[in-house]
Design a binder for this molecule. Structure first.
Ligand SMILES: CC(C)(COP(=O)(O)OP(=O)(O)OC[C@H]1O[C@@H](n2cnc3c(N)ncnc32)[C@H](O)[C@@H]1OP(=O)(O)O)[C@@H](O)C(=O)NCCC(=O)NCCS
Length: 153
């Protein structure tokens, strides 16, 4: 894990983040190098990194948002995503957040399973929030989890 005072010592530059994002997302659309650079310079935003993936979180007051999460395709189902989310929660808790939340595309089966596995529960929906490459509208699912009782993973 990293913090904002030592951004991405493991080599997760904005360009590398954008390259993995491109392999991981169609909707929401992948973020560009410039977008990652701007986000990483935004107060309250912090990266969490692993050799095979990264997450970005943001704390505002007592709420923490998991902005994005991606694991290299060849390293999935090995616990990397879980470690990154737990790292995000630990950092958020250290910064005073009491609740974590995120948005995930309703058709993203893997991510929804991961978040459920880690104790997140559906707390709302935005109808037709994302548009797929084929033009189909997909709901965004809002998921939340109270912090302060991080699991064993
Ligand atoms: C979603 C993602 C981050 C999961 O990362 P990961 O490293 O594979 O996740 P983990 O290995 O920690 O998985 C933990 C648990 O989540 C669930 N899970 C993860 N991927 C799953 C899948 N493809 N199908 C079903 N369940 C899945 C399982 O319960 C899994 O435990 P198990 O492997 O013991 O069954 C990864 O698939 C990814 O990068 N996807 C593309 C980007 C993305 O969708 N990001 C999230 C956007 S909100």
């Amino acid at each position: 894990m990293t913090d904002r005072r030592h951004p991405a010592p493991s080599g997760w530059t904005p360009a590398r983040c954008a390259a993995l994002h491109k392999r991981a997302f169609t909707h929401p659309r992948p973020w560009t190098t410039a977008e990652f650079a701007a986000l990483l310079a935004t107060p309250g935003v912090f990266p969490v990194t692993h050799a095979k993936g990264f997450a970005l979180g943001r704390v505002v007051a007592d709420e923490a948002e998991l902005l994005t999460l991606a694991v290299s395709p060849e390293a999935r189902r090995q616990g990397v995503g879980s470690r990154l989310v737990r790292g995000f929660e630990a950092q958020a808790l250290a910064e005073g957040a009491a609740t974590a939340f995120l948005e995930v595309a309703a058709d993203n089966r893997a991510a929804r399973a991961l978040y459920r596995h880690l104790g997140y529960r559906e707390s709302g929906r935005r109808k037709g929030y994302y548009r797929t490459a084929a033009g189909q509208l997909v709901d965004a699912v809002l998921m939340t989890r109270p912090l302060g009782r991080t699991g064993e993973i």
